[in-house]
Write a new protein. Structure first.
Length: 50
């Protein structure tokens, strides 16, 4: 079992660099390009009045 630690560590590093970092970069681009919508809050036209 201890011999699997280097393999798991290497795979984690590879997936982090190939998937996680580009995804974060794409997310930042989308937010900068299209603006932040306020954290998922419903628009005023959708909210119900009490």
């Amino acid at each position: 079992m201890p011999s699997s630690l280097p393999t798991v560590t290497l795979l984690s590093w590879i997936t982090y660099n190939l998937i996680e970092l580009p995804g974060q970069k794409a997310g930042r681009f989308v937010i900068q390009r299209f603006g932040h919508t306020g954290g998922g809050a419903a628009p005023e036209s959708v909210k119900r009045s009490a």
